[in-house]
Design a protein around this ligand. Structure first.
Ligand SMILES: C[S@@+](CC[C@H](N)C(=O)[O-])C[C@H]1O[C@@H](n2cnc3c(N)ncnc32)[C@H](O)[C@@H]1O
Length: 271
């Protein structure tokens, strides 16, 4: 992708683009024409995020495609494709989280994107990345907004690496989460040319500026990566997913059960 053109367009949209603290608080971009999307299609996104994806897709080079993982009801896909009808898009979701369906998403895409522009795959993202339906094209812009366990995050990068263009942009959502940041950081350490170029954090999740944080990496293919499945990855996966994530799920389940019991006890007994 044409990284320089992308950055120049971003500077025109956000006067504080080169100052991450200022940018992280920007309420919206200069061009507000994507604002209506979120009023029509429920999304886990913001106007800023849609514009950023849209500019990235607009900077694809010939023969490159946009790939998105984690589409939900389609808001980010529609934002990315708006005004870029020639861009070819491959997208994936398995609807394992939240409440959306493949039929609903397909109907929205049929209404809001150019015919044949989006090739949607209802499947687990690892299978999708191994299938490489875009092949032999390469990915100029990759947006990952799927599951956010440490393993999900890291494998979503490891499995796409071979398909990225020699100069590609990787956009990762929900990067306020510490496990997401840790996975991205480790991956960048193992892969020469994978460079963090923007890191926006928000004060909370569902922030109207940038939702739950976002990171942009520029990938310029250079040397071969270090082994991606080595002990550094396996130790961190154990810590983040098997210990911390599982512990959090158990804690939440226990707290929920306790609340139910207390509620049942407080209810007056029927005579
Ligand atoms: C935060 S939502 C995506 C939001 C969307 N990009 C938007 O802007 O509205 C995350 C999506 O990732 C999907 N997902 C989670 N784990 C997945 C997996 N292993 N494979 C494919 N999709 C997955 C969920 O079903 C969910 O729809």
């Amino acid at each position: 992708m044409n990284f320089e053109a992308f950055v120049a367009r971003c500077r025109a949209e956000w006067p504080g683009f080169d100052d991450p603290r200022r940018l992280s608080r920007a309420p919206y971009p200069a061009d507000r024409s994507l604002a209506g999307i979120l009023a029509e299609v429920e999304g886990m996104a913001t106007e800023n995020k849609l514009r950023l994806l849209n500019l990235a897709v607009g900077a694809l080079s010939d023969g490159e495609v946009y790939v998105e993982i984690g589409c939900y009801k389609g808001a980010s896909l529609i934002g990315a494709s708006a005004g870029n009808p020639a861009a070819k898009i491959y997208a994936c979701d398995n609807f394992s989280q939240f409440r959306a369906t493949a039929d609903e998403l397909r109907a929205t895409l049929a209404r809001r994107t150019a015919p044949g522009q989006v090739s949607f795959h209802d499947m687990e993202f690892r299978d999708f990345l191994r299938l490489r339906p875009w092949h032999p094209a390469s990915i100029g812009v990759y947006f990952y907004d799927g599951g956010h366990s440490f393993a999900d995050q890291y494998e979503a990068l490891a499995l796409v690496l071979g398909s990225l263009a020699n100069d590609a942009l990787v956009i990762i959502d929900d990067t306020n989460k510490r496990n997401v940041r840790a996975a991205n950081r480790l991956f960048a350490r193992c892969v020469p040319g994978f460079e963090l170029v923007l890191d926006l954090r928000t004060a909370r999740n569902h922030s109207p500026a940038w939702w739950n944080g976002i990171q942009l990496y520029r990938f310029r293919r250079s040397g071969p990566p270090l082994p991606l499945d080595g002990p550094a990855y396996r130790c961190r996966r154990f810590l983040w997913d098997d210990v911390l994530l599982r512990g959090r799920h158990l804690y939440r389940a226990g707290r929920g059960a306790l609340k139910q019991r207390l509620k049942a006890r407080a209810r007056p007994r029927a005579r």
